[in-house]
Design a protein around this ligand. Sequence first.
Ligand SMILES: Cc1cc2nc3c(=O)[nH]c(=O)nc-3n(C[C@H](O)[C@H](O)[C@H](O)COP(=O)(O)OP(=O)(O)OC[C@H]3O[C@@H](n4cnc5c(N)ncnc54)[C@H](O)[C@@H]3O)c2cc1C
Length: 507
Amino acid sequence: MRIHWHRRDLRVADNVALAEAARTEGEGETEDGGVVPVFVFDPAVLDHGSPPRVRFMLDALGSLRADYRERGGDLLLERGDPREVLPLVADEWDAEAVHWNRDYSGLARRRDAAVRRALDDAGVRREASHGELLHEPGSITTNQGEHYSVYTYFWKKWRDRPKDDPRNPPAADALATEAGESDPLPTLSELGFEEPEADVEPAGTDRARERLVEFCGTDPDLGASTGEAGVPSSESGAGEPTTDDERPPVYRYADRRDYPADRCTSRLSAHLTWGTVGVREAYAHAAAATAAARDEDERESAEEFESQLAWREFYYHVLAANPEVVTENFRSYENPIEWRDDPEALQAWKDGETGYPIVDAGMRQLRREAFVHNRVRMIVASFLTKDLLIDWREGYDWFRRKLVDHDTANDNGGWQWAASTGTDAQPYFRIFNPMTQGEQYDPDAEYVREYVPELRDATPDQIHGWHELPPEARRNVAPDYPAPIVDHSERREAALAMFEAARGEDD
Ligand SMILES: Cc1cc2nc3c(=O)[nH]c(=O)nc-3n(C[C@H](O)[C@H](O)[C@H](O)COP(=O)(O)OP(=O)(O)OC[C@H]3O[C@@H](n4cnc5c(N)ncnc54)[C@H](O)[C@@H]3O)c2cc1C
């Protein structure tokens, strides 16, 4: 008998550690009692939780449990410190080993080290697999054996390395628990959380797969979805539709991914964060779409999507090698930056009341959907750090509380990139102009009007030129929408001075 400890891998298919736990030493499936899947509500981890993420997690756990029950098994739910809980569960089920997929944040690694010691003391074997990334931290390095801090070099190696196939879900007879054996799922309030402010998207592997298939135009039976592992041929569905409009979004991705109103991205981030879909399965779809491209433009577009999966892994590698980046600047020479303490401006940013329409639309999307489009994340992060001159850690903390896809590695990587303190970061003198960003990426102001109803009747010119409109005109167009809280040109100069002072370049 073996235990599989689910953490951020809330799926049965394409789950490396679960597949390992379901195998006997030799060939074929397990014959010795099978696998007991367990999830532990750990108060130390829940302390870092937030209503939208815990809502998504509970939904994903419900769906995971249903997947097990369909197979005649069940998911055990336990509460407490995994150091204490797991040895007890192992004892109760007479299990010889506990399996899990590795996680890479400092917090997760400290927890896992403590669990390892507790299991050693209890005489229970433990097996950690590499299952949440295609290429594990430490496997793609510079010639000096260090992790990359420039993405392009990382990407080339990442792209050219062979990728593992998706793993099969465990066979029904490999599961030890029986349907209906364990406790009901707790509610959000039982776990100490309020209802999220946002309307959180539904979780679960079926939902994630629908997204993947719709986005890549691939065969729903691809890879682990049928239990048949393997990257498919270009014969899959991606080649079917003929007109450009009917082509799956992955083929417009390179051109349109920066335009928030187009909704041309996969919206898979929460699923990848919570592991409701495996990354090998996601990659199998991306690779199938690349293989089924009709021409070079389409191929490049699908490859651009693969490259975003690589960005995700890049930041995991950075975090694994530098766990301190969660609170510290990656570039320590930026440490002396004197960020401003400006609670009023910070609140206006959080509320989407800065008077910069594209910024406010993004911040309101965050509150409404617990999600923000990537280009807009870059714009709002730049605005906080380089217009309001407020520390990126304040923004990271807000995103951590509000995003359903918050993931330490990627949230931190994104924030430090925007603040010019991170790996491969935006140079400090490249400061986004929120008006021109809005004009360029939301030319019809469709996205702004969707999230900022006060501007519903304003024209795109009025919206993107809001900062230039005389107060009288602003009052006529949208009386309830605020005037800009800062002057971008002035703040740009102040930001340059702030960074130069920190670097000792101001004399
Ligand atoms: C300030 C800031 C904070 C961010 N915080 C997070 C976060 O907490 N969690 C998170 O998953 N992503 C984060 N990102 C990256 C990116 O914005 C989201 O992954 C993306 O918007 C999710 O939408 P999607 O699934 O439709 O992406 P797609 O464009 O469809 O991309 C597919 C997948 O690739 C990965 N990906 C895409 N872009 C990036 C990127 N720039 N960096 C790392 N991985 C990427 C994600 O897993 C994403 O689901 C952040 C970016 C910024 C600038």
